[in-house]
Design a protein around this ligand. Structure first.
Ligand code: GLN
Length: 450
């Protein structure tokens, strides 16, 4: 990893060079020796990977970009890390992110911003800006991210990379520091659809340690990405999203992509999903509600930093001081919002309404997928914003996620691929969504369009 690029972009919070080089050397030795051991190597063996810092690693620190976890070491590896290590992918390091994955620009990291490799004055997106920038800047060929409302796809779109939010339950969440457990999903970031699909296939599969992981086979993803044939594929364009304020050039690139799909033999039709426009407000009630519960474990007693104000402080005082010092503003904002949305007297009106909208969004998708194989849209309304522009305006930051959130609410897979350059000579992304467990279809269309 080039030190200057890391200094300029700050994709990594922690580098793991010695261990990565040792794994790479071992793969070289096995390949050179030939025979059964070499033949048994995974196709991705020796391909380095970067890991988002909310995925726990026993060999390196894990902070989720929060002060509250500074200096903490996980006693175990996340299942995805175990799989990556077993397949002998050298782990390059842990990547920067918004604190506990709450944010859309990586500016909410407690350890400094990450810059967009295409324009250092712009954000790389978030929360997985570090993983996307590492791949976009050629500092890692592969990375793992996590996507609760777009945190893999939106940064991928902003950095000209490919990113997937898998079907909920496709990839084990064991060892992913929970943000909103009913939405979180680990997924791949890569430079091509084929690479993303190959990594997805490696990390997917049932895990007895995650009771929400599906008992499904995922062995057709890499081959689907290489089909390169779109004849007869039915593609739906979400009418409701057309009014979501997509910038002029993003809309142009999207229209060009639709034409490419038609030229390749796909049928492109308009699809009506009337409840899609309620997805964003519903998400920003459901997420803080789950956040307020998930953040309760960071109490200064069990993990990481502890602030003890006085020698005779009570347990409650220690917890309050630890959380006051350890959490950033956005995390606190969501804990307060979520606690309010769940409080007696309001829970039906806020959390209950949001859950009902979630069901309506799921039903919209189910109806849409009776008529089409995939749904397609731009991944984000705009290209990457300048650093500092949205950091003090949470509502404008939340609006980034309008096209990515519905897939999380419905648990369906979505792949973002580069769709060309838009405003300010910045990359834009095109998102392909498929029915739950049909991740292969999303990869087929993504690969065909690429
Ligand atoms: N930007 C969204 C949020 O802040 C998405 C985050 C994510 O997917 N982790 O909630």
């Amino acid at each position: 990893i080039d030190g200057t690029a890391q200094a300029g972009i700050h994709a990594y919070l922690h580098l793991n060079e010695d261990d990565a080089l040792a794994v790479a050397a071992e793969v070289d030795r096995l390949r050179a020796a030939g025979g059964a051991d070499a033949a048994a190597l995974h196709p991705l063996a020796g391909v380095p990977i970067a890991i988002k810092d909310n995925i726990v690693t026993s060999q390196q620190p894990t902070t989720a970009a929060s002060k509250i976890l500074e200096g903490w070491m996980s006693p175990y590896d996340a299942t995805v890390v175990q799989k990556v290590r077993d397949a002998k992918l050298p782990v390059l390091g842990k990547t920067n992110m918004d604190e506990f994955a709450m944010g859309s620009t990586t500016e909410y990291s407690a350890y400094g911003v990450t810059r967009n490799p295409w324009d250092l004055e712009r954000a790389p997106g978030g929360s997985g800006g570090g993983s996307a920038s590492a791949v976009g800047a050629y500092m890692a060929p592969l990375a793992l991210g996590s996507d609760t409302g777009g945190s893999i796809r939106q940064p991928a779109s902003f950095t000209g990379t490919v990113g997937t939010k898998p079907t909920y339950g496709s990839v084990s969440r064991y060892g992913l520091i929970a943000m909103a457990s009913s939405l979180d999903q680990i997924g791949p970031v890569a430079r091509t659809t084929a690479d993303a699909a190959a990594l997805h296939e490696l990390i997917a599969g049932h895990d007895p340690k995650d009771s929400t992981s599906l008992i499904t086979e995922w062995n057709d993803l890499a081959s689907a990405a290489q089909t390169r044939d779109l004849t007869g594929v039915r593609i739906g364009v979400l009418e409701e999203l057309q009014g979501s304020g997509f910038s002029e050039q993003i809309q142009q690139r999207f229209d060009e992509a639709l034409q490419l799909l038609r030229d390749a033999g796909a049928d492109v039709v308009a699809i009506d999903c009337p409840n899609m426009s309620y997805a964003l407000p519903a998400y920003y009630l459901i997420v803080p509600s789950e956040v307020s519960s998930n953040m309760a474990r960071f109490d200064g007693i069990r993990f990481g930093n502890r602030v003890v104000p006085e020698a005779d402080s009570t347990v409650k005082e220690v917890m309050a001081a630890t959380r006051a010092a350890g959490f950033g503003d956005e995390v606190k904002r969501r804990i307060i919002l979520g606690t309010y949305a769940l409080s007696a007297g309001y829970v039906e009106e806020y959390y209950g309404s949001a859950q009902r909208i979630r069901t309506l969004v799921q039903q919209d998708f189910a109806r849409a997928f009776e008529n089409v194989d995939v749904l397609i849209s731009p991944t984000t309304p705009t290209v990457a914003v300048p650093l500092g522009e949205q950091v003090s305006d949470p509502a404008s930051m939340y609006a980034n996620d309008v096209a990515t959130i519905p897939a999380n609410l419905a648990g369906i897979p979505a792949v973002s691929i580069p769709g060309g350059m838009a405003e300010h000579d910045m990359p834009m992304g095109i998102q392909i969504q498929a029915p739950a467990t049909r991740d292969a279809v999303a990869y087929r269309v993504a690969g065909g369009l690429e």
